[in-house]
Design a protein around this ligand. Sequence first.
Ligand SMILES: O=C(O)CCC(=O)C(=O)O
Length: 294
Amino acid sequence: MAAHAEATSSFKLALIQLAVGSDKATNLSRAAEKVREAAQNGSKIVALPECFNSPYGTQYFKDYAEEVPAETGQPGPGAGESCKALSQVARECGVFLVGGSIPEVRKGKYYNTSMSFGPDGALLGVFRKVHLADVNIPGKLRFREPDVLSPGNKFLSFDTDWCKVGIGICYDLRFPELGSIYGLRGCKLLLYPGAFNTVTGPVHWELLIRGLAANNQLFVAGISSAQDLTASYHAWGHSMLCNPWGKVVVSADEKEGIVYGEVDLSEVDRVRSHIPVTAQKRWDLYSITDKTST
Ligand SMILES: O=C(O)CCC(=O)C(=O)O
């Protein structure tokens, strides 16, 4: 880490709102191009959206699924093509890369899995979506990830040169316990690759991101794919970064693009000193327990 250490407590974060199509190789090469662009523009941590290598939908997961390395560190020759592509571009650009998510196959089961990489291309850890999307709004929208996917059972937080970062995926935003656990672990930035939709997105996406940020007094970003009204699933877009005060620092519209936000970590301490809720928890009356090992 020392080689990348910065004297400042502030860094540039890039949220890549990628237009995802049906060709996996194209998705991977376009994602890598955008990571390069974000790095050239000074970003230190770069994040991709949920299901960035495949269209979003339970009907696609099995066809696009890959194996994900069981071990952290440099991916070996047997690693899947998405893992290799992400590791290579993270190393080439010298950035921390949160690789959105991809459908994963592991011992005959399927997962919605996010891989994060360090600036040397090493896999820092994986997060398998813990809460699977289960939405049924009659006449408007129905999709059930549990029909195809299994849930993950572990959380993922990792150190960067600036702060600890916690990872969730999309529907996980609806479960504030996860964000609170990351806050208790000392994370100051939470990244949620996601793909809310044109039914739930307009009201819930920003509300959930801002709520998580204000309640835990830390930075939260949601990274969506771009909207494609010709696809079977209409992603909401609107990738955004929210600060510890609960204010949206920067956000996208529905189109493809890169959203840049400055993460000034001194804001975490400032907000926590102005309104000390983080220190005022009544742990004598309630509890939130992290039952996972990493
Ligand atoms: O919770 C929602 O409204 C959408 C969730 C979703 O699309 C997902 O988890 O991938």
